[in-house]
Design a protein around this ligand. Structure first.
Ligand code: NAP
Length: 248
């Protein structure tokens, strides 16, 4: 299989890994993450593993992304970018060290900005970019104790996405996906509570979601069927953010 690459950050785990597996039969993937071992495991679980490549980089090092991504592309181009890399720390805002706040923003927000900037450069990507999907969070819509910095980084992604959609139209469509809680290593602590299933049943009108619910939406947004959709925050959360009376 030939043609442009689809870059998926956060492809080594959870939602990003599921998106990679979902897209792997129809697209050539560049799978981003830090752990070579985890990236290899996901690549092997994809359809046609030999068609896909990996890109190992710690996205908290934003200035280093340019050289590392250029090396990973090795002259190939990217027509779709999905930013699923993310880091979460549930900590009271007043006790979080500034360094950690910056670290969360670097991975969740600034690395995506830098990657889009690089992929928009004709010299690096030959005007190949057509689609950007930023994995945001329902946390950008609802308040929760201990979540202020993570939520702010996801709100920044949504605001960036809207202006970018206007700036890059009509060649590139840009959208964000706002997932509710699905089972991945990131949500493991919340879902390991003894009463987790009862809390989900009370708060999610459609019950528990899965990473594939997010991957299906990503696949749709990349497709021609979404050709008239840009600049949107698309919520996929089983009705969580529509529900007025949350139980904690
Ligand atoms: N799970 C949920 O309920 C939920 C709900 C709403 C939104 N989200 C969002 O969905 C996205 C995916 O989350 P997930 O649930 O799939 O979490 P996950 O299983 O913990 O995966 C996080 C991914 O981000 C990558 N990552 C983290 N820090 C990185 C760094 N410094 N440099 C490069 N990559 C880094 C990880 O790579 P390594 O393998 O290198 O660690 C991993 O591939 C995140 O943006 C998250 O905020 C998740």
């Amino acid at each position: 299989m030939t043609g442009p690459l689809t870059l998926v950050t956060g492809a080594s785990s959870g939602i990003g890994a599921e998106i990679a597996r979902q897209l792997s039969s129809s697209r050539r993937l560049l799978l981003g993450g830090r752990s070579a071992e985890r990236l290899e495991a996901v690549r092997s679980s994809c359809e046609r593993p030999e068609s896909h490549r990996t890109w190992r980089w710690d996205l908290s090092d934003v200035p280093g992304i340019a050289a590392s991504l250029e090396e990973a592309l090795a002259g190939e181009v990217v027509d779709a970018f999905i930013h699923s890399a993310g880091t979460l720390e549930l900590t009271a805002f007043r006790t979080m060290p500034t360094e950690r706040m910056i670290g969360i923003f670097n991975v969740n927000y600034f690395s995506a900005v830098e990657i889009v900037r690089l992929l928009s450069r004709a010299a690096l990507n030959q005007r190949a970019l057509r689609n950007v999907i930023l994995i945001s969070s329902g946390a950008s819509r609802v308040g929760e104790k201990g979540n202020a910095i993570y939520a702010a980084s996801k709100g920044a992604l949504n605001a960036f996405m809207r202006s970018l959609a206007i700036e890059l139209a009509p060649r590139v469509r840009v959208n964000s996906i706002l997932p509710g809680m699905v089972r991945t290593p990131m949500s493991e602590i919340a879902l390991s509570r003894a009463d987790a299933e009862a809390v989900i049943a009370a708060n999610y009108p459609l019950g528990r979601g899965e990473p594939r619910d997010i991957a299906w939406l990503a696949e749709f947004l990349l497709s021609e069927k979404a050709r008239w959709i840009t600049g949107q925050e698309v919520v996929v959360d089983g009705g969580y953010t529509a529900h007025a009376n949350h139980v904690s």
